[in-house]
Design a protein. Structure first.
Ligand code: ATP
Ligand code: MG
Length: 551
């Protein structure tokens, strides 16, 4: 984790509450995803915040599925959310579902009706919107607002029993039609929806609205600090009104700025469109900003937590540069990833003075700084090698310290070679480079006395494994599609995925899916879940340097 930093505003609030002995010093937060999609990096920020806050103050965090909307929710999403939170390194105290509280929330509604604080309204959505007035004009009450407690109780019971079709009636809180906060102008508490729910099945045909479920769920669980994003600032009055009028546990709502990031979209609705329209492979396509996409891309939980820590907690909307996320994974993998050689754009190099059929095992490091990697690895060497096409130039400029006619270079972990000749095809493409090697120049045992400036990577032709390598780039070609005209899908980067054929060291055929490797000079890569021993597939996690800085 980063060095000491000053407290963020939420930590200040919690410390003050603890000092004042509020809730007996107890801290209980919750992470409340709606199971209508996969989690994205914005959710990671909320997860790190909620779990981090509780952990810091000896508290706990509940995982609560905010599943009050039967239409869009699914158990597939529930499972993916649990897996992602665990993978990020957090454990919840309890797994709860807002739908488990439907009975209690219904009883709360009945209580408010009995107190004369809620009524059944038969108006259409348009009528309700119209009667609400505008920010400068107060709303007007309708006749339903004066229904008696008995009538409201009877009608609400009938709503629950399924007597009315969708949209025929709603239950509203009787708050204040002149409130400067439009959300306080008699908000809807319950609506009729004859829909199958992923947990409660067909038990219910009325469902509570967000404002009459979220705070109530917080209160039922005795959440002390209910942290949400800034869009909910205007909902806070309702949150407090319902809790106060029900006289239930006084959970408190606090808001912070949601994470926005350049060159991507961060809304489940938009991500779902990309999946449904086949514009990406799935929710875990490595170009997606989802936790599962980042995992498949090769991001580590540590790098994501570090990113969330570095961006901090703000009270105002801001836009974070994607390159900061990339910086965090690069920094992590630089420390932890084992090194390997892979040739992404191959051309053949023949060592004419190395006997055909001969081979030897050379030695290379894994990553001397990582525990378990000390032993290093064996690298097979032979007369024919693959090297990168860009490491040879027919007419090399002065400072080109790689291969060209007459030039010498060190082959990483192997020998110094000198280029004697090369072959071209009819189109002028280099097809083969002929070199001679200096037997006394073996790495670690070099007695040749020759100094060369450049070192290039290679793999032995008869030993190399063929692999498909997917080179990923930004999902979008603009920083922020909401500042552009038209739909965000008009701005998808057509070059966000490039698939190439590469050669890798033989032991890359047996590595673990998702584990990061540095292909030296080329970037960080990991084995994809679709890879098989005969058809290797690697994903590029990130390049070695930020190639976009100059642009
Ligand atoms: P989306 O708009 O992507 O669908 P959401 O807010 O509808 O997101 P929820 O499942 O309701 O998604 O969110 C669960 C929690 O994660 C909420 O507390 C929400 O405020 C938080 N959250 C969602 N998106 C972000 C974000 N971009 N940055 C920080 N927190 C977020
Ligand atoms: Mg939501």
């Amino acid at each position: 984790m980063s060095e000491e930093r000053s407290l963020n505003f939420l930590e200040e609030i919690v410390e003050e509450d603890i000092r004042n002995g509020k809730n007996g010093g107890r801290v209980l937060t919750r992470f409340p995803p709606e199971p209508n999609g996969y989690l994205h990096i914005g959710h990671a920020k909320s997860i790190c915040l909620n779990f981090g806050l509780a952990k810091k103050y000896n508290g706990k965090t509940n995982l609560r599925f905010d599943d009050t909307n039967p239409v869009t929710e699914d158990t597939e999403y529930v499972e993916s959310i649990k897996a992602d939170v665990k993978w990020l390194g957090f454990d919840w105290a309890n797994e709860f579902y807002a739908s488990d509280y439907f009975d209690k929330i219904y009883a709360f509604a009945v209580e408010l009706i009995k107190k004369g604080l809620a009524y059944v309204d038969d108006s259409t959505a348009e009528e309700i919107a119209h009667q609400k007035g505008t920010p400068t004009e107060p709303g007007v009450g309708n006749a339903y607002r004066n229904r008696s407690v008995e009538e409201n109780l009877a009608l609400f019971t009938e709503m629950k029993e399924g007597k009315y079709p969708d949209g025929a009636k709603v239950l509203r809180a009787k708050v204040d039609l002149a409130s400067p906060n439009m959300l306080m102008r008699d908000p809807i508490m319950y609506r009729i929806k004859h829909a199958h729910h992923h947990r409660t099945g067909d038990t219910w045909c009325i469902y509570p609205m967000y404002d009459f479920a979220h705070g109530q769920s917080d209160s039922i669980e005795e959440i002390t600090h209910s942290v949400c994003t800034l869009e909910f600032v205007s909902h806070r009055d309702m949150y407090e009104w319902f809790i106060a009028n029900l006289g239930i546990f006084p959970s408190k709502q606090y808001e912070f700025a949601r994470l926005n990031m350049t060159y991507t979209v961060m809304s489940k609705r938009k991500l779902l469109q990309l999946v449904n329209e086949g514009l990406v492979e799935d929710w875990d396509d490595p170009r997606m900003p989802t936790i599962s996409g980042l995992r498949r891309r090769g991001y580590t939980p540590h790098s994501i937590r570090e990113f969330c820590e570095r961006i901090g907690i703000a009270k105002r909307e801001n836009m974070i540069d994607l390159s900061l996320l990339e910086f965090c994974i690069r920094e992590d993998l630089n420390k932890t990833a084992w090194r390997r050689m892979a040739v992404l754009d191959p051309v053949k190099l023949v060592i004419t003075n190395y006997p055909a059929g001969q081979e030897e095992m050379l030695h290379g490091e894994n990553n001397p700084e990582v525990e378990g990697g000390e032993g290093g690895r064996d690298i097979p060497f032979s007369r024919e090698l693959w090297i990168e096409r860009e490491d040879f130039m027919e007419e090399a400029p002065k400072k080109f310290f790689r291969l060209g006619p007459g030039l010498m270079v060190r082959l990483k972990n192997a020998y110094i070679v000198k280029c004697d000749d090369f072959r071209k095809d009819a189109e002028g493409n280099i097809t083969e480079i002929h070199c001679s090697y200096i037997p006394e120049s073996k790495s670690g045992h070099d007695t040749s006395g020759i100094n060369v400036k450049g070192t290039i990577h290679w793999v032995s032709v008869p030993h190399a494994k063929t692999a498909k390598v997917r080179l990923y780039d930004r999902l979008l070609k603009v920083e922020n599609p909401s500042e552009e005209e038209g739909d965000f899908k008009d701005y998808l980067n057509p070059d966000s995925l490039k698939v190439i054929q590469a050669y890798v060291e033989p032991d890359m055929a047996t590595v673990e899916v998702g584990k990061g490797y540095q292909f030296i000079r080329k970037g960080y890569f990991c084995l994809d879940k679709t890879s098989t021993p005969n058809k290797l597939v690697f994903n590029r996690t990130v390049t070695l340097k930020d190639g976009w800085v100059k642009k």
